[in-house]
Design a protein around this ligand. Structure first.
Ligand code: ADP
Ligand code: MG
Length: 675
């Protein structure tokens, strides 16, 4: 427990306030002066000249040098893009939104985002006809490519944060390369491609883009002292908190701290611990301000992190790898690196995609370290040993080589491309591509495993920004009369969890939420919560959420997502029907998309997946934990030392034959229902 941390070490307290720096007392400099102070500014002309001369260019530079915010503005004011738009991709919606807001602000008096500067992220489009500089997620640009394969609205495309190698960026490499070539062949306005990245091995990228030119932007970085843990720690989260308080005791105020952890739950738990501990009278030092930063937060909330800090305080930001490269936070002198990251990995042999907390790569460790040296010398505490560091991979495996490819293969088909013949920078494993084709065939998106043509259903599926299994659920909901319920369920599954479960109040949470619990399992429970939330009057929603431990922000976001999905459903000619209390309809409907995610009770508390015979258990957080239904359909697999299913609904064995007869020919049930 964090209470065991040594907090009353008074050794150094008398010196704590002595060397307080005064950077927050500096006269406020105008936003235009801030722009001119960025490292990229001095190289503006050289850059513009290179951009003019090369049809493809790689730009490398440290985080904070001004690549993302400045380069599009330079191109726009030099009118290099003529009659088209500049599109800048970001791997994360947060970055796309915050950067667009910032650039709109820099752009000028009263300019609001959506005007010359806009952004497009999943479920939100803030652009107009006037928009010239458009920030968008890599996923959104890929969707746009489906409707316009040559990306004709753009004259410049900047693929930013390319070192992250997200699945969408990797696919976009091939898409923009092809669009550029075809536009050249057809004498259409040329497409300029700019690849931007934090510093990394550039040869691989350059080779792929026909040995294109690369330019390195000098950053301003200062030395960072790196410390390793002396012995390995199992509980990196607690170690981070302990290390923070050690720093807090010793460092002058306004020397801020950035902690890297893996995800929302962990970050919120850590923030809670720090807030609690900071109230301890034994804790000396300036008042602590805790901020969190993760992808699921709305942009406006994340902006709080970027506000100038209060004098004589200590800011601590607990972040996912978002803060590794996509965003810049000033004031950071200390970095605490938990050494872990949450990543998806897909196993074609078991057919399971698992969200796993795993070690970062050495490259990521150095990126994190660099965050401490932006404004002056800094310190980085690594919560792992030197030998653990040496065992880390040099660079992370690109996502495309470890993720489920269903969605990408479907999108490529919608673009008329067969994934096996696509020009990938690094090819994904053939088995993953074949597994995706198999799944698309099972879902009815293609007729045949080697087909390049989508069925009419497949074409509709490609219109949704969802995993094909979820699009299938929506598209078959009409036939079960449960379009409304399917929309709610899919929207809730596509957003961050609406359930708050503070560890200390688990029992209280269970008792207030009891009334929503469905014997059919987690999905229906979520649906019950959503329905009730909708019934609560507008003014009481906040207190209702508080009382029931519901994350208001996430449930409101889910409602937005639901509206967007409803629009797409309507475009696919679905009418919104409701099944009321007939939950069998929804349960069957879930199976139409998720029949490959069925597990059957096999022996005491153990389940076996029908698809590949993997042995799994029900996750303790599931409503169905402790019960032993014959069949369950699941939406998530979590792997710790065992494999657990999370997000469950009970189903009947005979529904399977009814709903997925083809599939069931090859996947027989292991028990008859009444054995
Ligand atoms: P790069 O892409 O090279 O990492 P950016 O263009 O994102 O750099 O940021 C350059 C600088 O602009 C940052 O160091 C910071 O000073 C400022 N900046 C960027 N985004 C914001 C923001 N949302 N709020 C305040 N300042 C920002
Ligand atoms: Mg950037």
């Amino acid at each position: 427990s964090p209470k065991r941390l040594k907090l009353n070490d008074k050794e150094n307290n008398q010196t704590v306030f002595n060397s307080a720096n005064n950077f927050h007392n500096k006269p406020k400099i105008s936003i235009q002066d801030q722009r001119r102070k960025l490292p990229v500014f001095e190289q503006r002309n050289k850059l513009l000249d290179l951009i003019k001369r090369h049809k493809t260019l790689i730009i490398l530079g440290e985080t904070g040098s001004g690549k993302t915010t400045q380069i599009p503005q330079y191109i726009n004011s030099a009118r290099l893009q003529e009659n088209g738009k500049i599109g800048i991709t970001q791997p994360r919606r947060v970055a796309a939104i915050t950067v667009a807001l910032r650039v709109a602000q820099e752009y000028g008096q009263g300019m609001s985002v959506g005007d010359v500067v806009g952004y497009t992220v999943r479920f939100e489009d803030v652009t107009t006809k006037k928009t010239k500089i458009k920030y968008l997620t890599d996923g959104m640009l890929l969707r746009e490519a489906i409707n316009d394969r040559l990306l004709n609205q753009y004259t410049v495309i900047i693929l930013d944060e390319a070192h992250e190698r997200t699945i969408h960026t990797d696919v976009l490499f091939g898409i923009v390369k092809r669009a550029q070539k075809i536009r050249e062949e057809r004498n259409l306005p040329p497409l300029k491609i700019i690849i931007m990245s934090a510093t990394m091995d550039v040869d691989h990228f350059s080779r792929y883009f026909n040995n294109c030119q690369a330019v390195y932007l000098e950053g301003r970085t200062y030395p960072v002292n790196v410390f390793f843990a002396v012995k390995p720690h199992d509980d990196y989260q607690t170690s981070c908190v302990a290390t923070f308080f050690k720093i807090h005791r010793e460092a002058p105020p306004n020397h801020d701290v950035l902690i890297f952890l893996t995800g929302q739950e962990e970050i919120e738990a850590c923030a809670h611990q720090i807030r609690l501990l900071s109230k301890d009278p034994d804790v000396q030092g300036p008042p602590i301000r805790v901020f969190t930063l993760y992808a699921a937060q709305p942009g406006t909330q994340q902006m709080a992190v970027f506000q100038p800090s209060q004098p004589n305080t200590r800011k601590v930001i607990i972040s996912t790898n978002i803060a590794e490269t996509s965003v810049t936070i000033s004031g950071i002198r200390y970095v605490i690196d938990g050494g872990m990251v949450k990543a998806r990995s897909f196993h074609p042999s078991t057919g399971l995609e698992v969200l796993k907390v795993q070690r970062i790569s050495q490259e990521q460790a150095w990126q994190r370290t660099g965050r401490a040296g932006r404004e002056s010398e800094g310190f980085c505490y690594r919560i792992y040993t030197r030998s653990q560091f040496e065992l880390m991979k040099k660079t992370a495996v690109p996502e495309i080589q470890r993720a489920n490819l269903n969605s990408v293969v479907l999108q490529l088909l919608a673009l008329g491309v067969h994934a096996l013949h696509f020009d990938f920078m690094d090819k994904p494993p053939k088995e993953s591509i074949l597994a995706a084709f198999e799944q698309l065939k099972q879902l009815g998106a293609i007729e045949d495993i080697d087909s390049i043509n989508l069925t009419p259903l497949g074409r509709k599926m490609a219109k949704f920004p969802l995993d094909p299994r979820f699009s299938k659920i929506l598209l078959s909901s009409q036939q079960f009369g449960c379009v409304a319920e399917a929309l709610t369920t899919v929207a809730l599954l596509s957003s961050e969890s609406i359930l708050l479960t503070p560890c200390s109040r688990r029992e209280q949470v269970q008792s207030v939420r009891q009334k929503f619990c469905s014997g059919y399992g987690d999905h229906i429970t979520l649906l019950n919560i959503y329905r009730e939330f909708n019934n609560v009057g507008k003014n009481n929603k906040r207190s209702w959420c508080h009382e029931h431990f519901i994350n208001m922000r996430n449930i409101l976001h889910a409602r937005e997502v639901r509206n967007q999905l409803e629009d797409i459903c309507k475009k696919c000619d679905l009418t919104v029907s409701s099944c009321g209390g007939q939950m069998d309809q929804l349960r069957k409907c879930l199976l139409t998309g998720l029949f490959t995610n069925v597990a059957q009770l096999y022996r005491d508390r153990q389940y076996m997946t029908l698809d590949k015979g993997q042995v799994v258990q029900i996750h303790p957080s599931s409503d169905l934990h402790g019960q032993q239904p014959q069949f369950v359909v699941f939406t998530e697999v979590v792997q710790t030392n065992k494999c657990y299913l999370r997000g469950l609904t009970t189903v009947e064995g005979d529904w399977l034959n009814e709903i997925a007869p083809e599939y069931m020919k090859n996947h027989c049930l292991r028990y008859s229902r009444d054995s």
